[in-house]
Design a protein around this ligand. Sequence first.
Ligand SMILES: Cc1cc2nc3c(=O)[nH]c(=O)nc-3n(C[C@H](O)[C@H](O)[C@H](O)COP(=O)(O)O)c2cc1C
Length: 193
Amino acid sequence: MPRIQVAYASRHGGTAGIARRIAEVLRAEGAEVVVADTADRPDPGTFDAHVIGSGVYLGSWLKEATAYLERHQSTLAERPIWLFSSGPLPGSTKEADATDPLTVALGPETGPGSGGHRKITELSAAIHPRDHRVFLGAYNPNDPPKSMPERFLRLMPAGKRILPAGDFREWEAIESWAREIALALGARVPIEA
Ligand SMILES: Cc1cc2nc3c(=O)[nH]c(=O)nc-3n(C[C@H](O)[C@H](O)[C@H](O)COP(=O)(O)O)c2cc1C
């Protein structure tokens, strides 16, 4: 039975919910799963595989998630890794601009505003994830902002257009991705005839 860590970074709980759902599916498929918030500086321990995701804010993964990848790069590089970003809100300006899902979430690969994307490209080159999936996010305007840039963006006149309110998390796609991961890890013990 593979032991899998599902590690996440989340400001408003949307990505945490995705991580928990991935864990449920992996468990149902026969894996032993530990869910960890990267803000708690978890250890990569002796897991057989990792699923690691972050909410995207202003074109970047949250700091605690990139710090986790950086801190444990050499360990993670030796294990199967799957990454996910939870970000785009349908109809937001960023979403309309590009077709590559990572560019939609993180912004351009090069040039101005590419810092967040380049960081993920660099870290991915070091840990070579098997996949990096981008899932739509969730935004509740009644949930108070958790950082100064977030407060600022919400106050901007364009804020409502940039940040459409709603829970757009794609549960079916998330669950079927988790099943793909379980399959790749041979989680399900075949029933003997
Ligand atoms: C201030 C702010 C900035 C955001 N910037 C981005 C962004 O650059 N790219 C993106 O794909 N999503 C962006 N989002 C959407 C969030 O990634 C989405 O709401 C996600 O579900 C948040 O995850 P969390 O609830 O786990 O924190 C932004 C949301 C807020 C509130």
